[in-house]
Design a protein around this ligand. Structure first.
Ligand code: ADP
Ligand code: MG
Length: 249
């Protein structure tokens, strides 16, 4: 865990927060031309190495929020800092670079590249960050139980195995923060719990913070801190079901 005022490995200064969000807003244009506010989060932060479960009903802006944190979407206003580095107020190429260097992302539908093997998919996760390190890619795939499937392409793997490749890829660039968007949503109960345990353990071993979106109470019950986006996101307040017990579970 990073201590207050510590220097991050690459020289960036951090006050121990791996993620800081202030006044973040995002609008979408609806099909009938209306401008809809979908994210309005005054404040959100995570400490280095912290694991946070994020719940919120469908449509409360979970995916949009993660995509703003990852710089996949550009915010309309506000600030996102990853490890003290601004993800907002910079151009797309700089956002891509910061994401490649600091973040891991486990997409709900995995987004593996189907023309490439499991090993190549993990190596591609390193390419725009620290550079390809095949030995480390193999180590990660071994860690997620896929040492015997390095040369398989995604379609030759089960859904649970694809999910594990996605976890290995998300860790490939030695990220400070891993974002996971309902990563267990496509798995049956047993595989969901296995995937969750694995993701948490691998993040812990690598000192990565984890922000995991889910609406599954059993998944969320494993997190010490659970935040509710229908509370945090003012744009979701009133439009979605009443917030449950927010804060710490
Ligand atoms: P969640 O992941 O919590 O289900 P999303 O972030 O996907 O929510 O969506 C939040 C809201 O934004 C929803 O009302 C959705 O209809 C709307 N939305 C999402 N993407 C777009 C888009 N590209 N254009 C217009 N509206 C969108
Ligand atoms: Mg979503």
């Amino acid at each position: 865990m990073t201590v207050a005022g510590a220097r991050a490995p690459d020289g960036g200064v951090t006050d121990g927060q791996v993620l800081e969000v202030r006044g973040l807003t995002k609008h979408y244009d609806s099909p009938d031309g209306e401008r809809l506010l979908v994210v309005d989060v005054p404040r959100f932060q995570m400490a280095a190495g912290e694991h946070v479960g994020l719940r919120g009903p469908s449509g409360s802006g979970k995916t949009t929020f993660l995509n703003l944190l990852a710089g996949i979407l550009q915010a309309d206003a506000g600030e996102v800092r990853i490890d003290g580095r601004p993800m907002t107020g910079i151009g797309e190429a700089e956002r891509d670079r910061l994401r490649a260097e600091r973040l891991g992302y486990v997409f709900q539908t995995f987004n593996l590249l189907h023309g490439y093997t499991a090993l190549e998919n993990v190596e591609l996760g390193m390419m725009f960050g620290p550079g390809i390190d095949s030995a480390y890619a193999r180590e990660l795939l071994d860690r997620v139980g896929l040492a015997h499937r390095l040369d398989y392409r995604p379609r030759q793997l089960s859904v649970g195995q694809q999910q594990r490749v996605a976890v290995a890829r998300a860790l490939a660039n030695r990220p400070r923060l891993v974002l996971a968007d309902e990563p267990t949503g496509n798995l049956d109960r047993r595989h969901a719990m296995e995937a969750l345990d694995l993701m948490r353990a691998v993040c812990r071993e690598h000192g990565a913070a984890l922000l995991l979106v889910s609406h599954d109470p059993e998944v969320l019950s494993h997190f010490e801190r659970v935040d509710d986006l229908s509370v945090l996101n003012r744009a979701a307040q009133g439009t979605v079901s009443a917030p449950g017990a927010g804060g710490r579970a």
